[in-house]
Design a protein around this ligand. Structure first.
Ligand code: NAP
Length: 459
């Protein structure tokens, strides 16, 4: 019996769970190479999960233990599959290739003015404050009064909360120092969160909503009139205990009303965005958002314009087509049967999916474990059906391919060096840890074993 070799593309929650479960569940020897285009592992755990949610982020500690302790499990960071190595090459080198590369695009509203400056996909904002190396460090200047967030999911709530968080709270996180300073300088004192339907259909979870109510500096304003439910909302509440709990929290917020705090998060329901507008009187630089035009969803003849100097659309992420693989444009996912990629009725041999590229951008981090287990089960069934015979090449063979192309692979030890440098960068500014956010800096400290080596501690 030979060793089965599997490539996993993406080291976020779905990729990390897939790698972990493959090594745990396989009864025959298996080696797993986890590729990531970033020099850092764990995808959305590092760059999506809110920095003020350390408990959720701590899943990266368990993933790290798996990488540390599992023989035959490797991290190959800073490798872009599709550019540095092709999908066909991966298929030739491994017995199975799993795409666990998430949903890197954003849904749009497709309304006029969406291209104005300071109208952003929420992902850009999140990437910016998380110090994602592909996001420009000066992408946001928080010098307005009111921000609007369109959409009422957990990502919208994260963004709204970050905009009102006290700077002391941010200093307890690992976000880069210039981001802490940008938030410290923020002049925004109101965030309006806009739902196109009523509160019964809000998608965020009760736990996150309760957390928002606990932010000390901030009033959370809910209009009691919005809690008088129409028949559709009432039916939804009657059928869904989670929605019922959420509505009870909305009621608490409405009852609490304003406490005269310095910042406000206000919910506006039953509103459909129809356009972003710039300041025609010339107050803002031409081409910069100055407001959002909304209609009442239940009565489109009612139109209002809300002034805003920053607009974040948080209406869902979207998967991206991968050259050479089938793709469902409508759902933004790769079609599959039991996690095996299919092209029409045909199974694409040896190619699998896990996570958001498989099932769409939904669920919490833990949802990916169950999803990855389905994927792993199919892979192991297929391997067993081949009698455990491997047609993969060796680890050295793929390393040679990457080396011959000058790809600077960041392996697990290199990542550990980046972590060491991040702790040193934190110490330099009196914080536990501060993320490096410039790719070249990460590569440089990896090359010298974690010394900051000329990398500015907080630049
Ligand atoms: P989401 O939960 O699907 O929410 C998307 C929101 O956008 C919904 O309120 C939706 O309203 C709205 N929307 C969609 N199209 C719209 C349009 N054209 N106009 C106006 N509104 C529109 O997505 P998400 O917030 O991006 O979150 C993605 C996943 O990550 C979710 O499963 C979420 O729970 C998870 N997540 C979890 C946490 C956490 O646990 N703390 C944190 C972040 C993310 P409709 O309902 O009317 O379609």
């Amino acid at each position: 019996m030979s060793v089965t070799r599997v490539a996993v593309v993406g080291s976020g929650p779905s990729g990390a769970y897939t790698a972990q479960l493959l090594t745990e569940e396989s009864e025959t020897p298996v080696e797993v190479d986890v590729f990531d285009q970033l020099p850092t592992p764990f995808g959305l755990v590092r760059y999506g999960v809110a920095p003020d949610h350390p408990r959720v982020k701590s899943i990266s500690t368990s993933f790290a233990e798996v990488f540390e302790e599992t023989p035959g499990l490797r991290f190959l960071g800073n490798v872009c599959v599709g550019t540095d190595v092709s999908i066909d090459e991966l298929r030739a080198h491994y017995d199975a290739v799993v795409f666990a590369n998430g949903a890197p695009l954003d849904r749009r509203l497709d309304v006029p003015g969406e291209e104005l400056a300071r109208v952003h996909a929420v992902r850009e904002f999140v990437s910016w404050y998380q110090g994602h190396p592909d996001q420009s460090a000066d992408a946001f200047v928080l010098d307005g009064k009111r921000a609007v967030v369109i959409g009422v999911g957990n990502v919208a709530l994260d963004a709204a909360r970050m905009l009102v968080r006290e700077v002391d709270d941010l200093r307890r996180t690992d976000i880069p120092e210039h981001i802490v300073e940008a938030f410290a300088d923020s002049t925004f004192d109101e965030v309006v969160v806009i739902g196109r339907r009523g509160p019964a259909f809000a998608k965020f979870t009760n736990k996150e909503f309760i957390e928002l109510l606990e932010v000390e500096s901030t009033d959370v304003i809910v209009d009691p009139a919005d809690l008088e439910l129409d028949a559709e909302q009432q039916a939804h509440i009657d059928a869904d205990p989670a929605a019922r709990r959420l509505l009870a929290t909305f009621q608490k917020a409405a009852d609490r009303g304003s406490l005269g705090r310095s910042k406000t998060i206000r919910f506006l329901f039953d509103r459909t965005p129809v356009a972003f507008v710039s300041d025609e009187a010339g107050g803002e630089p031409a081409g910069t958002v100055a407001g959002i035009r909304l209609t009442k969803t239940s009565d489109p003849s009612v139109i209002e314009t809300l002034e805003a100097q920053l607009a974040l659309r948080s209406v869902g992420y979207l998967g991206k087509a991968i050259d050479g693989l089938p793709f469902d444009e409508r759902t933004g996912t790769i079609p599959h049967r039991d996690s095996r990629v299919v092209d029409g009725d045909e199974i694409v041999q040896g190619v699998y999916v896990a996570g958001w590229i498989k099932r769409g951008p939904n669920g919490v981090v833990g949802t990916n474990r169950k999803c990855a287990l389905e994927t792993v089960t199919s892979i192991l069934e297929d391997i067993a059906a081949r009698g455990g015979v491997s047609s993969a090449t060796s680890a050295e063979a793929i390393d040679d391919v990457l080396r011959s192309r000058g790809v600077g692979v960041v392996d697990w030890n290199d990542w550990r060096a980046i972590e060491t440098a991040e702790v040193a960068a934190g110490t330099a500014v009196g914080r536990e840890r501060v993320k490096l956010y410039v790719r070249e800096h990460m590569l440089r400290v990896a090359a010298v074993g974690g010394e900051l080596a000329g990398v500015p501690a907080h630049a």
